[in-house]
Design a protein around this ligand. Structure first.
Ligand SMILES: *Cc1c(COP(=O)(O)O)cnc(C)c1O
Length: 371
């Protein structure tokens, strides 16, 4: 089946007892045992499994083309689960511009437990130099946040496979609509479902999707169920609901982002635009090859520095000044001050999560603010 159909049907089943077309929210934390001690549908206690979470995990697995999925209470909880599933002493290679929340998690919570290097992963020589006998995982994030760097997924996987190293990809910026890392050979995909899956800036969630239901996945599944960083049945329901429109929303985000990137790219006050859909992007050809759309986030740097960035951001009327991304409304943020003192983000950079408003209104607003 095609993506649009999976998005609508894979996470829903009509209720057998009432005939409700939309699967109801099951709030019960516990499930009744039958006379022989068994459980009707295998549900025992909601931390281990819940019908709404199963529905969500089904649609997530199908959309990414994986064998199984696990849903979490946030993207960071999903990332945390990956790191907790590794043997202590495992070495991880991660990008030098890894999502700052996960970079800080590794540095502050896994110091002394795991080893890690943050490097320019797309540089083959640098990557090969950093592989050690205990390297167990290469973490990639593409396009990256907020520099929109594009990693050649196939190239990294080929190197990882030579050494028997697993590859996990943070696919938050692309979503399975624009990019499917498992089809390119990745072992695991991670998402902050807070972003495009939720799509309306009103819930937090995370997900992991595995290519194979193997021993590593069993460990991950154990961390999910024993660690308990699970989403509520209601949040699972809302996610399943939002996912039904994900393919259409992504198409709108991609369309608007491309036109906004092109507008900014020719603006006299702009130093450079970072968006994988522009032929001027250093990895445009790789992006074109591995993506089915370039995503809905772009960053741009202003020639007149941080003061101009600050002036522009405060003159905008339609864009809301806030962090996060993936919602139907456009957001803009000064990323460096959000990321803290060890940020690699330039101070003249603004990041936009391009929403689903009419593109003419978005361009008009930016044009007036940059005058
Ligand atoms: C937001 C985000 C995360 C973290 O997800 P939360 O839901 O905020 O915990 C991880 N990676 C990327 C690329 C993100 O944008």
């Amino acid at each position: 089946m095609k993506t649009e159909t999976i998005a609508i049907h894979a996470g829903n089943h009509t209720d057998a007892t009432t005939g409700a077309v939309i699967q109801p929210i099951v709030l019960s934390t516990t499930f009744e045992r039958l006379e022989d001690g068994s459980f009707r549908e295998g549900y025992i206690y909601s931390r281990s499994a819940n019908p709404n979470r199963t529905a969500l995990e089904n649609v997530l697995a199908k959309l990414e083309g994986g064998e199984a999925a696990a849903a979490f209470s946030s993207g960071n909880a999903a990332g945390m689960t990956v790191f907790q599933s590794l043997k202590p002493g495992t070495h991880i290679i991660a990008p030098d511009d890894m999502y700052h929340g996960l970079r800080n998690q590794l540095k502050q919570l896994f110091e002394g437990i795991l080893e890690f290097d943050f490097i320019d992963i797309d540089n083959t020589e640098v990557l090969q130099q950093h592989i050690k006998p205990n390297t167990g995982l290469i973490w990639i994030e593409t396009p990256s946040n907020p520099l929109l760097k594009v990693t050649d997924i196939k190239k990294v996987i080929a190197i990882a496979k030579q050494h028997g190293i697993k590859v996990a990809c943070d696919n938050t910026f692309a979503t399975p609509i624009c990019q499917q890392p498992l089809a390119l050979g990745a072992d695991l995909v991670m998402h902050s479902t807070t972003k495009y899956f939720g799509g309306h800036s009103d819930l937090m969630g995370g997900a992991l999707i595995t290519a194979k239901n193997d021993d590593w996945w069993q460990k991950i599944s154990n961390v999910q169920q024993m660690g308990g960083a699970i989403p509520s049945p209601a949040d699972c329901y809302y996610l399943v609901r939002s996912i039904k429109t994900l393919p259409y929303r992504m198409r709108g985000h991609v369309h608007n982002a491309q036109l906004l990137a092109e507008f900014l790219n020719t603006h006299t006050k702009v130093e450079r635009v970072l968006y994988p859909g522009l032929p001027t992007h250093p990895n445009y050809s790789v992006a074109k090859e591995q993506m089915n759309g370039f995503g809905g986030v772009l960053s741009f740097c202003l020639k007149d520095g941080p003061e101009e960035a600050n002036r522009v951001i405060n003159k905008l009327k339609l864009f809301t000044k806030a962090t996060s991304l993936g919602g139907v409304e456009s957001l803009i943020e000064h990323r460096a001050t959000m990321e803290g003192p060890d940020t690699k983000t330039p101070f003249n950079l603004l990041r936009i999560s391009v929403g689903l408003e009419h593109i003419d209104d978005l361009i008009d607003d930016l044009a007036q603010a940059m005058r």
